[in-house]
Unconditional design. Structure first.
Length: 482
């Protein structure tokens, strides 16, 4: 089998695995949100946010390094193992001995105990990262996907079972520890790699030089994306943080199922085309992405009340209102999503870094400025600042590629008009209960159908050429994927 075909199959399996993991994780998330109190759920969500931050440092970009090597070097891999084990142990220790006591004192009593146990997760993950990289390098993506799905499923079943038996926050802790432990055991069993005590200083130097830039970029992106979460948690408390977490969870799942696959399929093309064609390729990406993603995310905002009632229950209706606000950021996000990838494809990593800095400063400033006006004010501020910083980001990339901000807006304009019209029709119909069958799932389905019909009608009536061009580009993309 050719390298290109192996890569394509590997990408397909990664995409399918991601979809499976997202759906299973969402199901577990929904069940736990129903079973736990808002305060308990907020405590767990905050602890997982800290854990997610710690895991950024554990990987250290070493997976990419191992996968990109021309040949597998056992000595290098063994050095990677001990290096990662040291880093993950250090991160776990910092969480247990520094962050946990601070959280217990300044955030909420009891959060320190939760973090103390969850500090084991980075260590459990760290022992199998090299094994995971070897499976991916050997194109054993099917096996890797199966291991991940099994671990997520078993951990989820344990968490839900314990929650049903009134274990509270401990149900999630034990489920998460089991998931990480099982995942590592299965990965180690699936590979022949066994680490001897081999540490090469030259390799350590290479790992640091390769991993540090990736780690800082990932850290900056994480803080930019999670600014609202941190500010809400520290200023408004546990319950408010829980509502934000639930609101963002649905959006995260939809983004992973729509934008992320498109990103993986389209972005590599930027590095394979000449500079004079980058702009046109970018406009095409914007048209196709907006055609699919905007109606999904903004449509979700329109039916958020019914969707939250059906899945999470009425105690989470505040999250539905937050979804209706935060979903509109997708319009600006589409316009800015691929800009860093274009800069990296042009070998302009400093410009890509600067784009991230602008996003980070904007989000942090907006969230802090609105913090004491309440949770809705923060949501509005973070949404607005994404639009405000957009022209600045375009000015940066225009120094290197001839991409017009005006033409970019024109590329997403038809989808934006269609999606906003759809939102207005569906949201107003829902407020006046135009559709009311008495069955919540049926009501939700009918409103979704109404939204789909409305979106397509606007495009066919006002933007017919755009509609057919988008369909043609999607078909071309599908043929390319095959």
């Amino acid at each position: 089998m050719s390298y290109a075909k192996k890569t394509m199959i590997g990408t397909l399996w990664n995409t399918m695995s991601n979809m499976g993991n997202q759906l299973i994780s969402l199901l577990v998330y929904v069940l736990l949100a129903r079973l736990l109190s808002v305060e308990e759920f907020g405590l767990i969500a905050f602890s997982f946010l800290i854990l997610e931050l710690g895991n950024l440092f554990v990987g250290f970009g070493i997976n990419q390094n191992l996968i990109q090597k021309n040949e597998w070097d056992d000595t290098f891999a063994k050095t990677c193992f001990w290096f990662l084990l040291g880093v993950s142990t250090l991160i776990g220790t910092i969480i247990a001995l520094v962050i946990a006591p601070l959280s217990n004192y300044y955030y909420q009593a009891g959060s320190g105990t939760v973090l103390l146990f969850l500090a084991l997760v980075p260590v459990l993950n760290g022992v199998s990262l090299v094994n995971s990289a070897k499976l991916e390098r050997d194109f054993k993506n099917k096996q890797l996907s199966a291991i991940t799905l099994i671990s997520v499923t078993v951990g989820g079943i344990v968490s839900v079972s314990l929650a049903l038996n009134d274990f509270g926050v401990w149900s999630v802790i034990w489920g998460r520890l089991l998931q990480s432990a099982l995942n590592s055991v299965l990965l180690i069993t699936a590979t022949r790699f066994r680490p001897a005590l081999t540490i090469n200083r030259v390799h350590i130097t290479e790992l640091v030089h390769f991993g540090l830039p990736l780690m800082w970029i990932a850290l900056m992106r994480f803080i930019a994306e999670k600014t609202m979460n941190f500010v809400v948690a520290l200023v408004l408390g546990n319950a408010a943080f829980a509502f934000v977490s639930v609101a963002q969870r649905g959006q995260t799942t939809l983004t992973s199922l729509t934008i992320s696959p498109l990103n993986k399929m389209m972005v590599p093309s930027f590095s394979r085309i000449s500079n004079d064609k980058v702009a046109e390729s970018y406009y095409r990406v914007l048209r196709t992405s907006s055609f699919i993603v905007l109606p999904v995310i903004i449509g979700f905002a329109a039916v958020a009340e019914l969707a939250v009632l059906l899945t999470f229950g009425d105690k989470w209706l505040v999250s539905a209102e937050l979804i209706s606000i935060l979903s509109f950021v997708i319009i600006a996000s589409i316009l800015g999503w691929f800009l860093p990838a274009i800069m990296i494809s042009q070998a302009q990593t400093r410009a890509a870094f600067l784009l991230g800095v602008i996003t980070l400063i904007g989000n942090v400033s907006a969230a802090i400025a609105a913090a004491f006006f309440g949770i809705y004010a923060i949501a509005v501020a973070v949404t607005l600042v994404t639009f405000v910083t957009l022209p600045m980001r375009y000015r940066i990339i225009q120094k290197f590629v001839n991409i017009s901000f005006k033409k970019s807006l024109e590329s997403v304009f038809p989808s934006t008009v269609g999606a906003l019209t759809m939102f207005a029709v569906v949201y107003s119909s829902l407020q006046f209960r135009v559709i009311k069958t008495g069955l919540l799932p049926l009501d939700l389905t009918l409103y979704v159908i109404l939204g789909g019909v409305c979106y397509l009608a606007v495009l066919l009536l006002l933007f017919r050429p755009f509609f057919y061009t988008s369909l043609k580009e999607l078909k071309a993309l599908k043929r390319t994927k095959k």
